[in-house]
Design a protein around this ligand. Sequence first.
Ligand SMILES: C[S@@+](CC[C@H](N)C(=O)[O-])C[C@H]1O[C@@H](n2cnc3c(N)ncnc32)[C@H](O)[C@@H]1O
Ligand SMILES: [Zn+2]
Length: 298
Amino acid sequence: MTRKIKSAKLVSEFVAAFRCPLCKSSMRVVDFKSLICSKNHTFDFTKQGYVNLMPHPANSHYKKELFEARHKIIKESNLYTFVHEAIATSIKEYMDVSFKPLMVADVGCGEGSHLQRILDECKVSAMTGVGLDISKEGIAMAAKRYENLIWLVGDLAKSPLEDQSFHVILNILSPANYKEFKRILVEDGLVIKVVPRSNYLKELREALFDNNEKKVYKNDHIVSLFKKHLHLLDVFHLCYTKNLNNVELKNLVQMTPLAWSADKERMDAFIHRDSVEITVDLDILVGVKTAPMIGGSE
Ligand SMILES: C[S@@+](CC[C@H](N)C(=O)[O-])C[C@H]1O[C@@H](n2cnc3c(N)ncnc32)[C@H](O)[C@@H]1O
Ligand SMILES: [Zn+2]
């Protein structure tokens, strides 16, 4: 079976979770070839197995090299293993994982390795993962590597996901759109958002920049926006370091948008170091649409 047909079969099983990005009507899989809405807007499965559901092509700053570097840092350097474990733990703590199927969307999923790792870590067979990103390069890479998940090119601010059809939304180091998240989530669904804290990759910031603006990162505004739209159930503050060797440092520089505005000489000096102890400092915010009822009082 070709990758395209395999993926079309997988999407057809869960087709009720998707909607047309143009007219918002429901969709069906036709001939294991295309996703077609009730008004006949047609989106074809690619040979890599993903579907491009962007109404118009979008320009993304995120290119293939950046995603390839993120893949290596996530899967080979294992820089985010603690993050994956913490997310899997909170899904199991706050969600009834006996629900079948349990739909998990990673919005702004990039090249898909976080979603694959988190689902692996959960070890819940009825979980179905859907990765959505505006970057075709990221999604093509994800579809090539992770065949058992659904991969869509789309805009998280106008998403091709159906109302109330997802139990968990992951949003890792990516922009958010809470109105959309609440529309897509089932009533007691979870949003899990990962945001950097002030010491996130601080060794890289300090090596590349002089000015304080890029050196220090504050997340207060992101956390208050999350709290304005969702009921915050929990916050995990993860702070740890990992030693990255010379080859890994090059991937670290390439995987982050910080490199876009950095001085080349300073970048070269950083990647020629033998190894550096790198700090990962993140908040994992866990929220729901509505505050849970607190029982006990009459
Ligand atoms: C810093 S990267 C993080 C990617 C991935 N979550 C990770 O941690 O490796 C931010 C991602 O958000 C995506 N993105 C930005 N705006 C988006 C939008 N409107 N809809 C969907 N994805 C978007 C980018 O294409 C990029 O893949
Ligand atoms: Zn349509």
